[in-house]
Design a protein around this ligand. Sequence first.
Ligand SMILES: NC(=O)c1ccc[n+]([C@@H]2O[C@H](COP(=O)([O-])OP(=O)(O)OC[C@H]3O[C@@H](n4cnc5c(N)ncnc54)[C@H](O)[C@@H]3O)[C@@H](O)[C@H]2O)c1
Length: 459
Amino acid sequence: MKVCVVGTGYVGLTTGVSLAFLGHEVTCVDLDQEKVDMLRGGRCPIYEPGMEELLAEAAPNLTFTTSYAEGVPGADVVFVAVQTPSAPDGSPDLRYLRSAAESVAQSLDHDFTVVVNKSTVPIGSGNWVDAILRDSFATRADRAQDQDARPCEFSVASNPEFLREGNAIHDTLFPDRIVIGSDNPRALEVLNHLYRPLINQTFTPPTFQPRPDDTTAVPLVSTDLASAELIKYAANAFLALKISYVNEIGQLAGKVGADITEVARGIGLDQRIGSRFLEPGVGWGGSCFGKDTKALIATASEYKYDMPIVQAARDVNQRQREIAVERLQSELRILKGRKIGLLGVAFKPNTDDLRDSPALDIAQLLVARGARVKLHDPIAGDRFRREYPEMAPHLSDTLDGVFDDCDAVVLVTKWAQYLELDWGKFVGLMRTPIVLDGRNVLDQDRMERLGFRYLSMAG
Ligand SMILES: NC(=O)c1ccc[n+]([C@@H]2O[C@H](COP(=O)([O-])OP(=O)(O)OC[C@H]3O[C@@H](n4cnc5c(N)ncnc54)[C@H](O)[C@@H]3O)[C@@H](O)[C@H]2O)c1
């Protein structure tokens, strides 16, 4: 099938490259010329394991352009995967989506095109995009002047994305489920056809990403527009609150002298609960959970409806960041003038995404209390310098630069490099060898044997 993907960020790029790998003819449109040039050269503008390899494999079916006119005409499906950041009031800022929809409408030229919202958009956005498409389409001079223009129909659908950055290719090729929503059965049929190879798992996986043994077929949830939109928000809010829940229990565990690792294991083995997303620590970050929980609350408020559970998940998450700073303060007594090292800037390992990263908040809270902060990240350093130039002096390219004369280090991001670190090599560099395990992943006995004073997030 002929596919156009608008926006080549984490989601759009993964979608476009994966669909091209599956044999569809894909054109990716992005307004960012630099990104498009990099992608044309086979280089990936984001850090995502396997993406450059998949780009190379899918290259014969892939085109990158800044021009909608090269991608939209003739497309059976147009995915819109532009960013939807939070506006100051918590609702999603939909201006990128509006502009993309207007541009798509100016180039539509096919007997039937499904325009798919892949961006995470508030409930009701499908109808809103439909109205924008129709208004913008109606203004087209080319069609007004050509009475014999061939019929051009289009319909809006929702296809929320559930990929995890760092595992984007795995999650796209072997998803837990595919959700499609539309009020037009023909649009659902087109998407069903597009995703057949994934649903039936009939494709040969890339060599570097073998099919998991238990993936034989992928469930398809084919539903109406509003339900598909709500599924995305409800899933993200649930995951966010699962993490906040274990963090809330973790604080109580510290107070009553229980071991949160054991508690989480004991809870997670209950198959009704499951062990994933029950990892205590400094909490979640990233482009989705914060934004989507905020948007869900904002949508509910339009209906004069409170969502206290979702709000609590947000509050607990913010508190974890503050607790990390409190832990250091109660150990060091005075933070002013102390040097604190933060290991990890990316919001999670295997990505260079810094959006809503706990490390940024913790660094700012520490700086506000007069501490000297040094941050390190194995991958996200360049992006950090570009996106946070005012904080760039706090970045160290070397671990020595972080540990040297340091009063405490905090493990913020669970990068494999930190877990496998020869910690004994660094203990002697520190002024006071305190480590705060912000991800509950270091072996306390081992760290203490090496000479560290080990602090956990639980009190
Ligand atoms: N990142 C994730 O893990 C993830 C997961 C699920 C859902 N989502 C949702 O997917 C959407 C995209 O997220 P992302 O992380 O890929 O965003 P991103 O910021 O990485 O990428 C967005 C891209 O869209 C391009 N763009 C913006 N306006 C455009 C326009 N009018 N025409 C063409 N290109 C345009 C930008 O240049 C950018 O390359 C968001 O709604 C997000 O909430 C993200």
